[in-house]
Structure formats: structure tokens, C-alpha cells
Ligand binder design. Structure first.
Ligand SMILES: Cc1cc2nc3c(=O)[nH]c(=O)nc-3n(C[C@H](O)[C@H](O)[C@H](O)COP(=O)(O)OP(=O)(O)OC[C@H]3O[C@@H](n4cnc5c(N)ncnc54)[C@H](O)[C@@H]3O)c2cc1C
Length: 411
């Protein structure tokens, strides 16, 4: 059997090892902790996710993987359907078209501009930022009130810094196939909201990571790989680390390493609090301009959580990467208390990711194509959330695709 080394024990590396366990003799190397950004801390009665909060049930690969390893995900309760944005005041996000018309999420003119989307010509011959796309199709107000919080929540980025084509390829495709988003949604019988429900695990994301490792026939070694030549004994190597780590490991391939370093990362700090009383009972609140990008009311949507978590920084406020934990906690506390009126947390916790999430900037898809061409020349496989999708679901789906490619090589 051929020997395969996988560098990086996040979900991308671990799911790949699971899928290939009967086709290769596998060793997974992890420098810090199994699960990477999917890691749950237990502090007293609190379960705190350092990164991934959960995943949507609209990706069959993730649900199938849960079934295969014998672990039932849990669905977030009904509170998770209640979501807010904060733009100097709390506004509930309407879920149905009729509620949208009644809601004060946009002004009358803002709503009228959204309705004009039907008549806006598609642009399919060039790449755009999310800001350009959303403003052109849905108007400035929609971009500010809906896209800014959404980008912060998913990518810890801003509409200006994100490529529409790389971050939301399905929406771009709908525009170009049907001429307008609304026309496409009607034809596809879809509403505007995400087509899946939020899931996690009773004891957090680490429960899934542990179960996945248990069901995988591989050697798991806790070791940092600094240089690709350390793995000369292996027939094949997959690097499933963040791209800036891959750049270090591949420094002997100068061009590839330079290209990998072009993918920027946004910093995010996650601050956990417990307040005796905090409202609104909901999934949480995404902000339009605060340094705190959003407040996730974990304790109201999943069992065993008991805390809320605040995401601070991102591309909106990258300065957090040079701040002390105390300074970041102060920012989060001030924002939570301003937005919700809660006072005096009885529990505080923090995790800072100086390089948390890759930013899919303008030119990302072209850059990834070049990176993969160079990697192919070097005989290296690159994997992970830096390239073709940042979500937990994307990482599992892409592990499945890569496993099929690697299986074909040893058939
Ligand atoms: C704060 C935050 C919240 C998020 N929330 C969500 C969410 O709710 N839902 C969602 O779908 N996605 C979320 N994401 C996105 C999430 O990052 C991805 O879905 C996924 O977890 C990334 O997995 P990965 O394996 O590609 O990378 P990582 O999880 O980063 O794993 C890479 C691993 O490689 C290891 N490594 C690095 N260098 C080396 C080396 N030289 N040698 C050995 N090992 C090395 C690292 O230690 C790490 O464990 C969130 C991300 C962050 C940062």
C-alpha cells in the first residue's frame, strides 16, 4: 500500500484521512490540536467553541459522514430562526418576503430598490467585489444593512474586500443563468434564506473530531512539519494547513511559496461571557459597524453551552491582532452592553486567532488556479479552507473530492 502523509489535523485533513483509510497507509501530522478551528473548550459549566459554531444541514457529505461515524448531530432549537442586525438599533431579520415588506430593515426606497433587482442587467464578463455586486443589483442600503453583517458573520470580512465570484459562486451563477437573482429563486423555488438548518453536537464540535479520529485507521502524530523534505519517505503528501503555513513548508518551491503567501487572513477574537440576563433570546446579532462583528447567543440555541460568544475584529477591525486580551475583552464587553443592555458578566473567556479566516479577495480564483498548477508541478496536494470554500461543509465536501482523485491514482 502507498504511504500518504497529511499535514494538518483540522477537519480538512481528518476527513480526508477517513475517506482514504482503506486505500493508503496514512499518517496525519498535527502541530497544535486535533480539530484546528473546530475545537471546543470546556471551562466549568461552559462549552465554548474556539471557532466553528456549527454547520448547515444542506450539504449531504457532512450528514453522511456523521452517519458513517455513528454520531447524531443536533439541530439548533427554534430560537435559532430569530436573528438580528444592529445598526444603531436592533432590527429583526425578516425570514419571509411578506415580513420583509413589513419590516423596517430597509426604508421604503431601499425596498423599492431591492424590487428593481428583476430589471438589472446581469454582469457575467468580469469579477466583482460583493460590494459592487450587491450595490448594482440590490442597492446601497441593502449592501450596508444585509451584506455587511453577513460578510462579517461568515468571512469576518467586508463587502469591499471580498470577491463575489469566489465567496458566493452559486449566487453569481444564478445571476448569469437566469438574468436576475429573484427570477432564479422563483425558478428554483427557493426563498432568500439559507436552505439548511444549523446543526452542531451535544458536546460541541470536538465531539465530532474525536469520533472521526476513532473511526479512522491512521497514525496520528503530534508534530510540526517545517519542511517538505522531512516527508521524503512518503509516496504522497497532502498539505491541509492554512496557506501561510503551507508556504513555510514549501519554501524550497519559491514561486509556489510566494503565491501561497498572497492569500491574506483576517484576525478574529472570540470572547465568551455569561450574563444573568441577556436579551433578545435568539440566534444572535450581527453588527453593521462595531468592532464586535456579532454576538452569538449559544446558550439559547444549543444544550450545554451556558454562555454567549462575541466575534471581534475581522477585516473591519484588524487592529485586534496587536492588542492584549484585556483590551479585546473590554471592546467586546462595551459592545455587548451597548447593544443588549446587559450588565456585569459573571464569566469571561477569550480565544484570539491572529490569522483566523482566509480572505477571498478579488482575484482569489485566479490565484488559486495558479497555486494548484504550481503545486501539481511539485507533486504536492494542497487542501483546506484557504482555496475553494471556507465553511466546515466545504472542507468535508472538498475532502471527498480530493479522496476520489487520490483513490484513482492507486486503483
Ligand atoms: C472563529 C471562527 C469561526 C468559524 N465558524 C464557523 C462556523 O460556524 N461554521 C463553518 O462552517 N465554518 C466556520 N469557520 C470556518 C472554519 O475555519 C472551517 O470550516 C474549518 O474548520 C477549517 O478547517 P481546516 O482543516 O481547513 O483548517 P484548520 O482548522 O485551520 O486546520 C489546519 C490544521 O493544520 C495544523 N497545522 C498548521 N501548520 C502545521 C504544520 N506545520 N505541521 C502540522 N500541523 C500544522 C493546525 O494546527 C490546524 O490544526 C470558522 C472559523 C473561525 C476561525
Amino acid at each position: 500500500m502507498q504511504k500518504l502523509a497529511i499535514i494538518g489535523g483540522g477537519i480538512s485533513g481528518l476527513a480526508l484521512a477517513y475517506y482514504l483509510q482503506n486505500d493508503y497507509e496514512i499518517t496525519v501530522f498535527e502541530k497544535e490540536k486535533w480539530g484546528g478551528k473546530a475545537y471546543t473548550q470546556k471551562v466549568d459549566k461552559y462549552l465554548l467553541e474556539e471557532g466553528v459554531n456549527g454547520f448547515l444541514s444542506n450539504s449531504p457529505a457532512t450528514l453522511e459522514l456523521c452517519e458513517k461515524i455513528g454520531l447524531n448531530p443536533i439541530k439548533a432549537n427554534e430560537n435559532s430562526k430569530i436573528r438580528y442586525i444592529y445598526d444603531d438599533k436592533l432590527i429583526e431579520i425578516p425570514l419571509k418576503p411578506l415580513d420583509f415588506l413589513k419590516s423596517d430593515i430597509l426604508s421604503f426606497l431601499g425596498k423599492l430598490r431591492v424590487a428593481m433587482e428583476f430589471f438589472v442587467e446581469p454582469v457575467c464578463d468580469r469579477e466583482e467585489t460583493v460590494e459592487e455586486f450587491a450595490t448594482r443589483r440590490l442597492g446601497k442600503e441593502f449592501t450596508k444593512r444585509m451584506m455587511t453583517p453577513m460578510l462579517a458573520g461568515i468571512y469576518a470580512s467586508t463587502p469591499k474586500k471580498t470577491s463575489m465570484n469566489a465567496a458566493f459562486p452559486k449566487l453569481k451563477k444564478i445571476e448569469c443563468e437566469y438574468g436576475s437573482l429573484f427570477k432564479g429563486m422563483i425558478k428554483l423555488k427557493r426563498g432568500g434564506q439559507p436552505s439548511g438548518e444549523l446543526h452542531s453536537f451535544e458536546w460541541g464540535m470536538s465531539q465530532f473530531i474525536e469520533a472521526l479520529k476513532e473511526k479512522t485507521k491512521a497514525k496520528f502524530i503530534e508534530k510540526e512539519i517545517n519542511e517538505i523534505d522531512e516527508l521524503n519517505d512518503f509516496d504522497k503528501v497532502v498539505i491541509a494547513t492554512p496557506s501561510f503555513e503551507a508556504a513555510k513548508i514549501l519554501k524550497k518551491y519559491e514561486k509556489l511559496s510566494t503565491l501561497l503567501n498572497k492569500i491574506e487572513y483576517n484576525p478574529v477574537a472570540i470572547v465568551g461571557f455569561d450574563y444573568d440576563e441577556i436579551k433578545p433570546v435568539s440566534f444572535g446579532i450581527l453588527s453593521v459597524k462595531e468592532k464586535s462583528l456579532g454576538i452569538l447567543m449559544d446558550k439559547y440555541i444549543f444544550p450545554n453551552r451556558n454562555a454567549i460568544r462575541v466575534m471581534v475584529g475581522g477585516a473591519r477591525y484588524p487592529e485586534i491582532k496587536d492588542m492584549s486580551e484585556e483590551e479585546i475583552i473590554e471592546i467586546a464587553k462595551n459592545d455587548v452592553e451597548k447593544i443588549t443592555g446587559a450588565k456585569n458578566p459573571k464569566f469571561t473567556w477569550i480565544k484570539v486567532h491572529k490569522k483566523a479566516i482566509p480572505n477571498y479577495s478579488l482575484g482569489h480564483q485566479k490565484l488559486v488556479k495558479e497555486i494548484f498548477e504550481e503545486a501539481k508541478k511539485a507533486g504536492i496536494y494542497l487542501h483546506g479552507n484557504a482555496y475553494k470554500g471556507v465553511s466546515f461543509n466545504d472542507c468535508i465536501k472538498n475532502s471527498l473530492f480530493l479522496s476520489e482523485e487520490l483513490k484513482n491514482l492507486v486503483k
